[in-house]
Write a protein that binds this ligand. Structure first.
Ligand SMILES: NC(=O)c1ccc[n+]([C@@H]2O[C@H](COP(=O)([O-])OP(=O)(O)OC[C@H]3O[C@@H](n4cnc5c(N)ncnc54)[C@H](O)[C@@H]3O)[C@@H](O)[C@H]2O)c1
Length: 339
């Protein structure tokens, strides 16, 4: 099988490429990535010499380039490429619409033209909007009620994928996963930001009261789910993916501080972001029942593996946290810490 993975230099995409090369050594993998601030080829240093892997630098919005790659006999496209950080979508929504919506459409056009056998859209639980405490978790049938420009762009793409499947018979499947954590996650997201800040004895800027709830999954469990969907997922379906681990941001922060033996005085409550979703939680019965998927990593195991990875890979995140990221952090987070 020849698989085009887009956004493979980012967090989940790089973990997926590593997973798939190990699991299916005969597959050919092409990684198309624009290398935005979030894309980092160092995430794939251990596989770049592998004969079954090839990197192509480029934008998923570039129809000519995407066509060239897909016409090489691609069987399946797994689309991870996206602008993925909610906070950034508040400052620059247009880039989110371009990549997340128009990029998706460009990939699907090529997929149709070259008759690929499967298109997987990696979406998110954020498209469902927010739950209150006590509400039932979202199912695949829940309404789409996005609250941030990021989730609106992902939801728009989901609707477009549905339309291409219904109208043009694109063999498409949509996945909606909860919050991922694990190695190689860009340190602007809660878990890696707080691990690395704590290691540097910097404050941990927690939004509002810190009681926002997210549903967490270890990235490798997510990669296993996508692999199953690639082979057995039913065209036209949406699959929620979740390990049903609901935790408040404050609980996670305390776990990180305890593991690193750092004081809770590093926690700094900062002004909340607008339209901050209070709680996400997913029901993932369909993938469990129909495809036999089960998560294998508990939160306690996963968070230890993750913190240990950041301890061992200080060089990786120190480099990542300088440059463009530092500029962004100073402009937005520090402004919030001081407000
Ligand atoms: N991180 C999570 O918790 C989570 C949860 C559910 C779903 N998702 C979805 O999974 C996907 C991957 O998320 P992630 O956390 O790995 O993101 P990430 O920000 O770490 O990586 C995104 C990758 O996409 C690339 N990219 C961005 N714009 C591009 C473009 N125009 N053309 C080609 N490449 C481009 C970047 O260079 C980067 O390598 C996203 O679609 C996201 O919406 C993420």
């Amino acid at each position: 099988m020849k698989v085009l993975v887009t956004g493979g230099a980012g967090f989940i995409g790089s973990n997926f490429i590593r997973y798939i090369i190990k699991k299916h050594p005969t597959y050919k993998i092409i990684n198309l990535d624009k290398l935005t601030y979030a894309g980092n080829l160092e995430n794939l240093a251990d596989v770049e010499q592998n004969k079954s892997y090839r990197f192509v630098k480029g934008d998923i919005c570039d129809q000519k380039l995407v066509d060239q790659v897909v016409e090489e006999g691609i069987d399946a496209i797994v689309n991870f490429a996206a602008e993925s950080h909610v906070d950034r979508s508040l400052y620059d929504p247009k880039t989110f619409m371009q990549t997340n919506v128009l990029g998706t459409q460009t990939l699907m056009e090529s997929g149709l033209k070259h008759r690929i056998k499967k298109y997987i859209q990696i979406s998110t639980d954020e498209v469902y909007g927010s739950l209150k405490e006590g509400d039932d978790p979202f199912t695949e049938k829940s309404s789409i009620l996005s609250n941030s420009p990021y989730s609106a762009s992902k939801a728009s793409a989901d609707l477009l994928v549905r339309a291409y499947q219904k109208t043009f018979d694109l063999p498409a499947v949509i996945t909606r996963c909860c919050n991922n954590y694990g190695p190689h996650q860009f340190p602007e997201k809660l878990i890696p930001l707080f691990i690395t800040n704590a290691m540097e004895d910097k404050s941990l800027p927690i939004y509002g009261d810190g009681l926002y709830i997210r549903d967490w999954i270890y990235v490798e469990d997510h990669c296993r789910a996508i692999d199953l969907i690639l082979h057995k997922g039913k065209v036209g379906e949406i699959y929620n993916i979740s390990s049903n681990v609901e935790k408040t941001n404050l609980e996670i922060t305390r776990m990180i501080l305890a593991y690193l033996k750092k004081p809770s005085s590093l926690i700094k409550h900062v002004k909340d972001r607008p339209a901050h979703d209070r709680r996400y939680a997913l029901k993932a019965e369909k993938i469990r029942k129909d495809l036999g998927w089960e998560p294998e990593v508990s939160f306690e195991q996963g968070i230890s593996l993750t913190i240990d990875w950041y301890i061992k890979n200080k060089g990786w995140w120190e480099k990542v946290k300088s440059g463009e990221y530092l500029e962004y952090y100073q402009k937005h987070y520090i402004k919030r810490e001081n407000s």
